[in-house]
Ligand binder design. Structure first.
Ligand SMILES: Nc1nc2c(c(=O)[nH]1)N[C@H]1C(S)=C(S)[C@@H](COP(=O)(O)O)O[C@H]1N2
Ligand SMILES: [Mo]
Length: 236
């Protein structure tokens, strides 16, 4: 197996790799890094897992590590332009009304996993629990890995298929997939679905996250989608 690689295996932490959208498209399907291969092998997916339609996740971590967070140690800090900054435990999240649905997961490099069962708390419900101040326009997200960051506008964050997920594939989110809690932004490419979610900050303007600073579009709408009113039904 070659290791030619796409952006997702070549980006050293903190380095800026400027890729145009054309270059992004040309990346096509990337063949895996060591991490991805070892996980793929563990799943018994082989080559099929690395190709679009292989119905297999590839496991990504910018840092090459998977932060291990015990359920009882998990905290989600929500702060910034909010009325009541709050720290949520996993139990706090599970005590909130759950939202679940079945939707695809699609990475910008070409692989896609259809029919994934997701469960968690609507990001919108979390925002209501802390009360967004009128100046709040966007969110930034941080990860326990200390490296990945993401962003959404407030309008994007309030979409009905954007959740703070504690279950995926019918079970608690595994460490590899970003457990105990990850973001799942259904209408956008996978890089928006930040793993090992540690903090959410409400800010007054959108700040590009890690992948965007490395060339991915800040608005990560899935192919063919231009906004909340135009999701591509074939991708759900
Ligand atoms: N913390 C963190 N979150 C992350 C990433 C990452 O490297 N680190 N990769 C992103 C990308 S590009 C994709 S496609 C998905 C992959 O999710 P998976 O590893 O559960 O398959 O996670 C996203 N969230
Ligand atoms: Mo991705």
């Amino acid at each position: 197996m070659t290791s030619s690689g796409g952006l997702e295996e070549r980006v050293p932490v903190g380095r800026r790799v400027f890729l145009g959208l054309a270059a992004l498209g040309a990346l096509g399907v990337a063949f895996g890094s060591r991490i991805q291969n070892s996980v793929g092998d563990a799943l018994g997916s082989g080559l099929g897992g690395l190709l679009p339609g292989g119905d297999r996740f590839r496991i990504y971590s910018i840092t090459g590590k998977y932060p291990k967070i015990k359920d009882s140690d998990y905290r989600l800090r929500v702060s910034g332009l909010v009325e009541h900054p709050k720290i949520f435990t996993l139990d706090d999240l599970k005590a909130m009304p759950p939202t679940s649905f079945v939707k695809a997961f699609q990475c910008v490099t070409g692989w896609r996993v259809p029919n994934v069962a997701w469960e968690g708390v609507l990001l919108s419900d979390i925002l209501d629990a802390v009360g967004v101040k009128p100046q709040g326009r966007a969110l930034t997200f941080e990860s326990y890995d200390g490296a990945d960051t993401e962003s959404l506008t407030l309008d994007q964050a309030r979409l009905p298929d954007v959740i703070v997920a504690y279950k995926m594939l019918g079970a608690p989110v595994t460490t590899e997939h970003g457990g105990p809690v990850r973001l799942y932004v259904a209408p956008m490419f996978g890089y928006k679905s930040l793993k090992w979610l540690s903090a959410i900050r409400v800010v007054d303007q959108e700040q590009p996250g890690f992948w965007e600073l490395n060339g991915y579009p800040v608005n990560g709408w899935l192919d063919g989608a231009t906004g909340p009113t135009d999701p591509d039904p074939s991708l759900t």
